[in-house]
Design a protein around this ligand. Structure first.
Ligand SMILES: Nc1ncnc2c1ncn2[C@@H]1O[C@H](COP(=O)(O)OP(=O)(O)OP(=O)(O)O)[C@@H](O)[C@H]1O
Ligand SMILES: [Mg+2]
Length: 427
């Protein structure tokens, strides 16, 4: 009996303590952990829209330019013969937008030894930064920069048959690069091209060229056909595209969130390394789910129900040198580069820094296509372009396209007015 008495007193004491603590908790509830503040506004769920790709007409008409070059016919021959004592003949002259190529034939092969000195003198005489001689045999060519260099306007290249033919193929991602040495349009199918590394010093023309590629693709492809993921830590080059429907909608789970609780959807250009890392992970997730689907269906190629996804990173250095996210971002870029093409995901990465720290050997090996613009030194040229030569380019979009061999190109020019025209059309 006594035992029962003690036990019931103990139960009463424990009950009292439990209730009083509970009451206190109710009176002073513990402050809630603040929810991770998303950097981006959650998206409203809007009904699907039907879009039509507008084509080149939405871009402002390029200004009329007189394409006739300043003729320097005969001057090279005259200089070599009269001043350097080299008997030769100027057989042909061709003009690219920013260079002229003079084809010269020597009358006497033994004059070949005088050539290097003669080229140096010619460079001084014409006050040029660079004079390039193609080969030191009897027939050779001298390339000199044009003082009256021409702009190649995006819209003009978009209106060529070559671009139209590419864009009419529904499986392609048509992109304008510019023109080649013979003023022929250079357009590529990004869906078939290997992943791209775009390299060049500041102001050499990387962003202008990438914009021309993008604008030409977006003006011919609807969001059902092509989605884009833009990462721009500098916040200047790609942020003007905010608002286009092609931006891929991503689902971000807040930091520390459990599962998808509190997840929010974003459809913007990413400007922070942390968000870039999350966005790249989301691209990897899409890639993996596409692979799983293809395997389940037993097909090798994904159908039209899966849009192409184009991932563009402007200034990779800022991301890869980020102390917190750098390594993880590099791993993700490499993983996407290694696997994504079969999942209809394509990568274009730009950088000013062709240093081994940014363009690591893994990145170079997995992004084999190149757009090399002017770099500062031959060493940088070899990192960027596997050989010398990019240090002698003229800047302003003068570059090499490296894809099944290399080709000198002048990149097509586009500016913020063109971007604004595209954004306005689609929004
Ligand atoms: N294809 C082109 N035709 C004519 N001018 C060009 C072309 N590309 C670039 N330029 C000129 O060079 C300027 C700088 O080009 P761009 O912004 O593309 O350089 P960048 O390589 O992206 O430099 P950064 O690394 O600093 O971002 C342009 O504003 C333009 O005046
Ligand atoms: Mg740039």
């Amino acid at each position: 009996m006594g035992d029962y008495y003690i036990i019931s007193i103990l139960i009463a004491i424990v009950g009292y303590i439990y209730c009083s603590v509970g009451l206190k908790k109710l009176q002073n509830p513990k402050p809630e952990k603040p929810a991770a503040t998303p950097n981006y506004q959650p998206l409203p769920i809007s009904p699907p829209m039907t879009y039509y790709a507008p084509g080149a007409d939405i871009f402002p008409e390029p200004p009329w330019t007189d394409n006739e070059p300043i003729e320097r016919n005969g001057i090279i021959e005259q200089f070599l013969t009269d001043e350097m004592g080299i008997e030769c003949e100027e057989t042909e002259i061709s003009h690219a937008p920013n260079t002229s190529v003079y084809h010269i034939t020597l009358d006497d092969m033994k004059d070949i030894s005088k050539l290097p000195k003669a080229l140096k003198a010619l460079k001084m005489r014409l006050k040029l930064d660079a004079v390039q001689a193609e080969s030191e045999i009897a027939d050779f060519s001298i390339t000199i920069p044009r003082t009256d260099r021409q702009y190649v306007y995006l819209r003009d290249v978009m209106e060529t048959i070559e671009f139209d033919r590419l864009a009419d193929n529904p499986d392609a991602i048509p992109a304008v690069i510019g023109v080649d040495d013979n003023n022929e349009p250079v357009c590529i199918d990004l869906a078939k091209a290997p992943h791209f590394l775009v390299v060049g010093t500041t102001g050499s023309g990387k962003s202008v060229c990438v914009n021309s590629m993008l604008l030409s693709a977006l003006a011919r492809r609807t969001p059902d056909q092509l989605q884009v993921v833009f990462i721009d830590v500098k916040r200047t080059e790609l942020t003007p595209y905010n608002g286009i429907p092609h931006l891929k909608t991503m689902t971000f789970a807040p930091f520390g969130g459990v599962g998808m609780e509190g997840a929010y959807r974003v459809k913007q250009v990413f400007t922070e390394p942390g968000d870039a890392e999350t966005a790249l992970q989301s691209v990897i997730n899409t890639m993996e789910s596409r692979y799983a689907e293809a395997q389940r269906l037993g097909v090798r190629a994904l159908g039209a129900e899966h849009p192409h996804i184009l991932v563009i990173i402007d200034e990779m250095a800022d991301l890869l040198l980020s102390p917190v996210f750098g390594k993880s971002i590099e791993n993700k870029i490499v993983r996407i580069a290694q696997l994504a093409r079969a999942a209809k995901i394509h990568l274009v990465c730009c950088t000013q820094s062709p240093t081994a720290k940014v363009t690591t050997s893994l990145i170079r090996a997995n992004l084999p296509a190149r757009l090399a613009f002017k770099v500062s030194t031959p060493i940088e040229s070899r990192i960027a372009f596997s050989k010398n030569g990019a240090e002698k380019l003229l800047g302003n979009g003068d570059g090499y396209l490296v894809m099944n061999g290399d080709k000198r190109i002048q990149a097509a020019y586009s500016d913020m007015e063109d971007v604004a025209a595209l954004v306005e059309y689609y929004s």
